[in-house]
Design a protein. Structure first.
Length: 319
């Protein structure tokens, strides 16, 4: 077996265990390389001598122990459920003791933020998100953004983590948004909860949605709002996404999606701060958790200071 360079010898041992124990890999000569981009878990693309490709994801016990991510068994189950819907990649084999999963390789183009903002992609992505929400088996985990927020606030307080200036002082404004979002809620559906452009693959026929590291049952408009925030949608693009998803114009749900995007960005700031100070291994030589947290906080602060925010809150909470 030829082994491509792996940064961590322990991970190399785990990869060997995967190859030996997964029936679809046993007896094959393989090569692998790390897939960059994921922040929570470590993912590799694995090739066999026959030309077959698979994705192997090693799940982080450290993230789970620090209460920064959902339990690894939930990641495995939710990834499996999303694969059964035809929207996610299928789980082909799991090794709970490592923990690790072998996932179907999706041959296609990973989307960029600029592509996601294109009108044709907005419609296709909305349809993919709707398929995920409607056709995925119910997930056991309840994963709404404010549960993550409360958990991350506890972690920040317990470890006295340093946050960007003004972040914690803006919490009352986020709580006001939380109150508005408690109105006009939609029934919880299986959600990805991390719909960034890099987690969207165009396979030529459908948009596939990957990475279920924060997934669970949630208000479906969170996925819409988080996606719009991550891809930097303007108001018209968000309205078009909501209409394509809902099947009709709905100012109230569109306002809720916008507020979910702001809430998500605030929450992910806290997550990145905790990852920066508490994880044993840094993200990479070219990526800084702290710098990314600061960038996200500056965006959030600008949104919280917008004069139009009060109107959005009023629309979202409209009876």
């Amino acid at each position: 077996m030829h082994e491509a360079p792996v940064a961590d010898s322990e991970l190399a041992k785990k990869m060997t265990a995967v190859v030996c124990r997964a029936p679809l890999l046993a007896g094959h000569a393989v090569e692998w390389r790390q897939l960059l981009g994921g922040l929570t878990h470590i993912t590799y693309l694995l090739y066999t001598e026959a030309g077959d490709k698979y994705v192997v994801k090693f799940l982080s016990r450290e993230m789970e122990e620090l209460r920064l991510a959902i339990p690894s068994e939930s990641v495995v189950q939710n990834t499996q459920f999303a694969g059964e819907s035809g929207v996610g990649a299928r789980v082909l084999f799991s090794l709970p003791d490592l923990p690790a999963i072998v996932i179907e390789f999706l041959d296609g183009k990973t989307l960029s933020a600029s592509e996601v903002r294109q009108p044709a992609y907005i419609i296709r992505i909305a349809h993919a998100v709707r398929r995920l929400h409607k056709h995925t088996p119910l997930m056991a985990t309840q994963s709404d953004v404010f549960s993550f927020l409360d958990r991350y606030l506890q972690v920040v307080a317990e470890h006295t983590l340093v946050t960007p200036d003004g972040l914690l002082e803006s919490l009352p404004a986020v709580r006001q948004i939380q109150h508005a979002l408690s109105c006009n809620g939609l029934d919880a559906t299986p959600c990805n909860n991390d719909l960034v452009p890099a987690n969207m693959i165009d396979d030529g026929r459908h948009i596939r949605l990957i990475d279920y590291d924060y997934s669970g049952m949630n208000d479906p408009m969170f996925d819409i709002g988080n996606l719009a925030m991550e891809a930097d949608f303007d108001g018209d693009q968000l309205a078009n996404l909501c209409e394509a998803y809902l099947g009709a114009r709905d100012p109230i749900q569109c306002a809720r999606a916008q507020l979910f995007g702001i809430s998500a960005q605030y929450t992910w700031c806290l997550l990145l701060i905790a990852m920066d100070e508490l994880l044993d291994v840094p993200a990479s030589k070219t990526f800084s958790y702290r710098e990314e947290a600061t960038r996200r906080w500056l965006w959030t602060a600008s949104q919280l200071s917008e004069a139009s925010l009060a109107d959005v809150i009023d629309i979202a909470a409209r009876v």
